[in-house]
Design a protein around this ligand. Structure first.
Ligand code: PEP
Ligand code: MG
Length: 585
């Protein structure tokens, strides 16, 4: 360990699991370039041809791997990189400049591609700036190949990657060497690195600030993705402790998987439907094999990776219909594109305050054609009658009425075009903005279900940016205002007889389970990997005792009091949950 006496670095627990492996300090190398005159133009050109071919070959391999691991849509980014390598104007310029200027191909490639990048960086479009990063990757790849350096030969298998942030290309590359975990300096629980780590089931700690300064490559690391802790060069005692925990967790996992097909029913017979959230197609099989009773949230903006481009109606129709068939007769819930906020806008817009800006339904209603394309695809895909449709970031009744009017327009259009569709798609809203919670009775008259997005609800209720690791301590699902808001929502929903689901990360937190049961949720939607464990916990309590616990928590005034109340409730009941495993020394 470099600078600290304490060998524990704390960050945010982003993806569960414990792993012990050597550290690999990953920093983006930029290839150094010097201007060199050359004498053999023929050799320089042939080197360039070779390097271009090799780069294409590497990218094709990464593309295939990405399709396999992340699904075709997310892999498209690498296809786009290959296309840049095949850009005839760029290639022609490179060869012509070598011939004319008689400079080394490394220098020409660097100079020419940097020109492209500067133009892109000057753009105010987010999309162009993102592409500029891709081009940096390509530039370095070609130069590396010109220098005949092997790229990642340095990364050995089975390491824990320590880095500033992780890009999509990095993630795919790392799966190839069977990365055991990620530690990043930056990012919050909803950062790209965190989402991908969870979908690939790799333990991760993000927002660890100075991890790259405190850890050296080859340091032995224990990564505890449950508690957001990274232990550097552990002592024998620490190693024994965690090795023992890993064994107990493995035993628990195999025990839990036996529960996957059991019902989530409390000891006094209260049943909760346990659904899964779906972000990338690679998760589908995982979701099916972990006992999900349907899908409570499909983040379509992630599924299609709309930052690349918006899919047309046919593409969306095929995807939704495929999911509907795959899960039939189970229900799936498709959420309209939630763009903006932390899922940055793909258009030429810079907002001073994106979280409070052009996000979700606001954006969709301002892009009616784009929105209608999605609605039409969903209506057409719904002929099995197992699709529900919901809209994100709703803050006013007008937004709901406008959306319902659009749905009617889409139905009329489809009828006129003689296209098959279902007239009875259940329509609901995400409840994730405080104003929506206060208007639930009115909403209840307009929609058939509510889905509570606690990730945003907590952010907006407590005025704490969900992605900002600096203030992540203030982002607390057990804040009394959160618990009281949830109770209020359930009360209002009951009054209008509207079905309620909860799909934020809070529902995947085992500590929140007794509160969620006590609140009376009939359905929850969680990460597929948490399903067996959450089912086990639900099956350990009675609804009655959870309701009592909730009532007591509703009277408490601070998050600390609430958390300690829940902990003692746990301690007197559950013997082998993850915290018991950690305590049992
Ligand atoms: C939420 O806000 O809780 C939610 C489920 O949606 P997302 O995380 O996609 O904003
Ligand atoms: Mg949300």
């Amino acid at each position: 360990m470099k600078k600290s006496e304490d060998n524990i670095i704390r960050g945010i627990a982003a993806a569960p699991g414990i792993t012990i492996a050597k550290a690999f300090l990953y920093s983006k190398e930029t290839e150094s370039i010097t201007v060199e005159d050359i004498s053999d133009i023929h050799e320089a050109k042939s080197n360039l041809s070779e390097a271009l071919e090799k780069s294409k070959h590497e990218l094709r391999k990464i593309f295939e791997l990405a399709v396999d691991k992340l699904g075709e849509k997310r892999a498209a980014i690498f296809d786009a990189q290959i296309m840049i390598l095949e850009d005839q104007i760029l290639i022609k310029n490179l060869f012509e400049r070598i011939e004319k200027e008689k400079k080394s191909p490394e220098f020409i490639v660097h100079d020419e591609i940097t020109k492209y990048q500067n133009i892109m960086n000057a753009s105010t479009e987010f999309y162009m700036k993102e592409r500029s990063q891709d081009i940096e990757d390509i530039k370095n790849r070609i130069i590396r190949n010109l220098k005949k350096k092997k790229w990642k030969s340095k990364i050995s298998n089975d390491v824990i990657v320590i880095t500033d942030t992780i890009t999509p290309a990095d993630t795919v590359l790392f799966t190839r060497v069977n990365v055991k975990g990620y530690v990043t300096n930056f990012g919050g629980i909803t950062s790209h690195a965190a989402i991908v780590a969870r979908s690939l089931n790799i333990p991760a700690v993000v927002g660890a600030h100075d991890a790259t300064a405190k850890i050296d490559s080859d340091d032995l690391i224990i990564l505890d993705g449950y508690h957001g802790e990274v232990i550097v060069n552990p002592s024998e005692v620490q190693l024994d402790f965690y090795n023992d925990k890993i064994k107990q967790l493995n035993d628990l996992d195999s025990e839990l998987l036996k529960l996957k097909d059991e019902k989530a029913v409390t000891t006094d017979g209260f049943t909760i439907n346990v659904l899964a959230n779906l972000d990338v197609d690679a998760e589908i099989e995982f979701v099916l094999s972990h006992g999900a009773e349907g899908i409570g949230l499909i983040r379509t903006e992630q599924l299609f990776n709309v930052l690349e481009n918006f899919p047309d109606e046919e593409t969306q129709y095929r995807t939704y219909k495929g999911l509907s068939n795959k899960f039939y007769p189970k229900q799936i819930t498709i959420r309209a594109f939630d763009i903006g906020g932390d899922k940055v806008l793909p258009l030429d817009v810079k907002e001073p305050n994106p979280m409070l800006g052009w996000r979700g339904i606001r954006f969709l209603l301002d892009h009616v054609n784009l929105f209608k394309t999605q609605i039409r695809a969903i209506l057409r895909a719904s002929v099995n009658n197992n699709i529900r449709f919901m809209i994100p970031m709703v803050s006013s009744l007008t937004e709901v009425k406008k959306t319902k009017a659009l749905i009617e327009v889409c139905k009329q259009e489809l009828a006129q075009e003689n296209k098959k569709y279902s007239a009875f798609v259940d329509f609901g809203i995400m409840v994730e903005v405080p104003s929506a919670t206060l208007l639930l009775r009115e909403f209840g008259r307009e929609v058939s279900f509510f889905s509570i997005g606690t990730n945003d609800l907590i952010q907006y209720l407590l005025a704490v940016d969900r992605g900002n690791d600096i203030i992540s301590d203030s982002y607390d699902e057990f804040h009394p205002a959160v618990i009281r808001a949830l109770e209020y929502i359930m009360h209002q929903a009951k009054a209008t007889n509207t079905h309620v689901n909860i799909c934020g990360e809070m529902a995947s937190d085992h500590y929140a389970v007794p509160i969620i049961v006590g609140l009376g949720f009939n359905s929850i939607s969680i990460n597929a990997s948490s399903i067996p464990y959450i089912k086990k916990i639900i099956r350990s309590f009675s609804y009655k005792e959870c309701r009592e616990l909730l009532k007591e928590c509703l009277k408490l005034e601070t998050e600390e009091e609430i958390k300690s109340k829940i902990k003692s409730f746990y301690n007197t009941r559950l013997k082998e949950d993850i915290d018991e495993i950690f305590k049992s020394e």
